[in-house]
Design a protein around this ligand. Structure first.
Ligand SMILES: [Zn+2]
Length: 110
């Protein structure tokens, strides 16, 4: 089966690709780069409510950032599930990993 390391490489490659495709600024007071830079803190709820609101607002309007945000959310969920997966027996573990990958791939289809 694909090891965790392989899965991480797949996710990080996608991360780089989507960053490369991002346009410059949306023209908002918070540029796309700044939104993407803070996306992990945003997902973790670590930002001040002011910044949090700005990012939320930007994501609601920006077509460049929104798909990226979706991707990060999936990735974080994957990390959370990984902790559970590691406790599961190998056969179950394989099924879960496959499901996660399939879900990811389905979402990428146009
Ligand atoms: Zn944006």
């Amino acid at each position: 089966m694909a090891g965790t390391r392989t899965l991480f490489r797949i996710f990080y490659d996608r991360e780089r690709k989507s960053r490369a495709m991002s346009g410059p600024n949306y023209g908002d007071e918070l540029p796309c780069d700044a939104v993407i830079e803070r996306i992990y803190e945003f997902l973790d709820g670590e930002l001040t409510s002011e910044v949090d609101a700005k990012i939320r607002d930007h994501l609601g309007k920006c077509r460049t950032c929104y798909p990226h945000f979706r991707h990060e959310e999936v990735f974080l969920r994957f990390l959370e599930q990984r902790a559970q997966i590691e406790k599961a027996p190998p056969s179950l573990r394989r099924r879960i990993f496959q499901k996660l990958l399939d879900d990811e791939i389905d979402r990428d289809e146009p």
